[in-house]
Ligand binder design. Structure first.
Ligand code: NG1
Ligand code: ZN
Length: 548
């Protein structure tokens, strides 16, 4: 029939490269851009089918985030704006690796039967498309469109060059029946930022230096932050590594991943920036870290990472809850539950700090989909990976409770602290991206909270002191031989390894160490922390020797 011939014809234009195996890992499909056309085409088919199944709009983002410029990738966003459901990942893998058009067609037919997807063209499947600034993005986007159009009745809507979180936000907004253009995104962020700033103790007058220097990683985030800055006052952003210069190469010697891993000054920064407040985005602007250049004599930086952003957010939210005095008799019927979610890579000092604050801290395996899902268990769930990906999730129940409070307090005096706390939390829920971690909205919230507290980046950094840590990669024949448990903090198999790790770790003051197979590279990662850098290095080295 029409659908079959359409699919066969289109897919014959996109043969798969020989000898490559694609896998929809923690970050979607990612590879050298030159071999990705068939994968992106097939991901377009998958997105259209997902839209038909969920009767909702689906997102498709073409990006390889912090990877080098010659790589690219594709990720699917589900109707909520979150990551594609894990249940469809095996189908995504099978589609990407089908050797020819006939086997592709068979896979699609079988899966659609199982999922009750009927190709009669009566449902208009809509896929929102976005890409980062990679030059390969344009032709890959074309391949995505071809894949979408090979399913009868499906349309792709091209949003152009956007950040990953912008695309996820747009999908979420549109599926909620709200306006979801880029301008709507900027308006929501800037108005909620202004709202928090206006509620600050000093009013909109800045109590601390409002100058922030942003490293745009030579990617899409730079351009977007400039558009956003035009709609803001109360914040003075100087953008570097915008990607506009001829020598500017995406993610090369710049950006959140580089800064957090290497802990050295990124390109475009130097001795003139000593002591200033600096921030780095990654290539698709879903990660954010801050840093300080401590002195002109070294290229080392003090990193203010995702754990510290999480700690700042948690401190702020907890403070607002206690201003609202929800433990008091008045609100006894409902006690909102605030929880924080980290991975084993979170610095031990941050976990200790958060627990001392009296917060529930949970660890999940690496990968934001795990953190995100766990955060949904709370009324307010805050999650961050140390590398700077994270956000705050608010439950519907909590938000409607807050709305009720707002109404109750409508006639309270302007300076009612309770009223201000309610308004602040409502503004935070509008500012902070509910779909995925977002460097732009995260940055605005950090800035608003620093102003609220009257803190410099040094005050913030002093919340706790990071334990020295070391991460190593070990190249192995088969990384899947290592099986972990307990949020990847313990090795189950091969037998004996965990006992050996324990024995090594016990030799060090404040020692902690684990190993796990990477989900994105063919390596085993080893992490260690201890009371001194030498000790952390030496612990990491001896644990790395246990691999194999
Ligand atoms: P793997 O390769 O599984 O360690 C890395 C990062 C994750 C996450 C994913 C997806 C570390 C230690 N791991 O995963 O946090 O960002 O890439 O991009 O940073
Ligand atoms: Zn990214």
């Amino acid at each position: 029939d029409k659908q079959k011939s359409l699919l066969l014809k289109a897919s014959s234009q996109f043969p798969i490269p020989p000898g490559v195996k694609f896998s929809y890992g923690t970050a979607g499909f990612r590879a050298d851009a030159l071999i990705l056309e068939s994968t992106v085409f097939r991901a377009g088919i998958l997105a259209a089918m997902r839209s038909m199944k969920t009767r909702s709009m689906i997102g498709m983002m073409i990006t390889a985030s912090h990877n080098k410029i010659s790589d690219n990738g594709v990720k699917i966003a589900d109707p909520s704006g979150g990551m594609l459901t894990q249940q469809w990942e095996p189908f995504a893998d099978a589609l990407a690796n089908a050797p020819d058009s006939d086997s592709l067609l068979r896979l699609i037919t079988d899966f659609s039967k199982k999922e009750n997807i009927v190709f009669d063209g009566t449902f208009r499947a809509e896929i929102l498309l976005g890409r980062d600034t990679r030059p390969s993005g344009e032709s890959l986007l074309e391949a995505a469109k071809q894949g979408i159009h090979s399913i009868v009745g499906s349309v792709g809507i091209d949003m152009g060059v956007v950040t990953t979180p912008q695309l996820h936000w747009m999908v979420r907004a549109r599926n909620k029946g709200m306006k979801g253009s880029e301008l709507d995104y900027f308006e929501q962020l800037s108005s909620s930022f202004r709202c928090i700033m206006d509620l600050n103790p000093g009013g909109s007058v800045n109590s601390v230096d409002n100058k922030l220097i942003v490293d745009g990683s030579n990617g899409v985030g730079g351009e977007k932050i400039e558009s956003l800055t035009k709609m803001l006052d109360g914040l003075n952003i100087e953008l570097r590594n915008s990607g506009a210069g001829v020598m500017d190469i995406l993610n090369e010697g710049v950006g959140a991943d580089f800064v957090q891993k290497e802990k050295v000054v990124p390109d475009g920064f130097g001795s003139n920036d000593v002591g200033k407040r600096c921030a780095s985005l990654d290539g698709d602007a879903d990660r954010l870290v801050y840093f300080i250049v401590p002195s002109a004599d070294t290229n080392k930086i003090d990193i203010v990472d995702g754990d510290k952003i999480l700690s700042l957010f948690a401190l702020f939210v907890k403070e607002q809850l206690s201003i609202m005095n929800i433990k008091g008799s008045e609100y006894n019927s409902y006690q909102p539950c605030l929880g924080v979610v980290q991975t084993a890579y979170a610095n031990g000092a941050s976990t200790h700090y958060l627990k001392e604050l009296g917060l529930a801290v949970t660890l999940t395996p690496t990968g934001v989909k795990h953190l995100h899902r766990k955060s949904e268990d709370y009324d307010i769930g805050i999650y961050f990976e140390a590398n700077g990906h994270g956000t705050i999730l608010f439950s519907e129940k909590f938000l409607s409770w807050l709305e009720d409070k707002r109404e109750e307090l409508a006639s309270a005096p302007e300076d009612s602290q309770q009223k201000k706390a309610v308004l602040r939390l409502l503004a935070v829920s509008n500012l902070i991206n509910q779909a995925v971690g977002d460097a732009l909205s995260g940055l605005l919230l950090v800035e608003a909270i620093l102003q609220y507290k009257g803190w410099s980046i040094h005050d913030w950094n002093a919340l706790y002191q990071d334990l020295p840590s070391r991460q190593l990669k070990v190249i192995v024949k088969d990384r899947t031989a290592i099986i972990t448990t307990n949020a990847e903090t313990e090795v189950l198999s091969p037998m004996g390894i965990q006992e050996a790790i324990n024995a090594e770790t016990a030799k060090y003051l404040q020692g902690r160490s684990f190993m796990r197979p990477s989900g994105t590279e063919d390596v085993v990662r080893v992490y260690a922390e201890a009371s001194t850098q030498d000790a952390a290095d030496s612990l990491a080295n001896s644990v790395a020797k246990l691999v194999d």
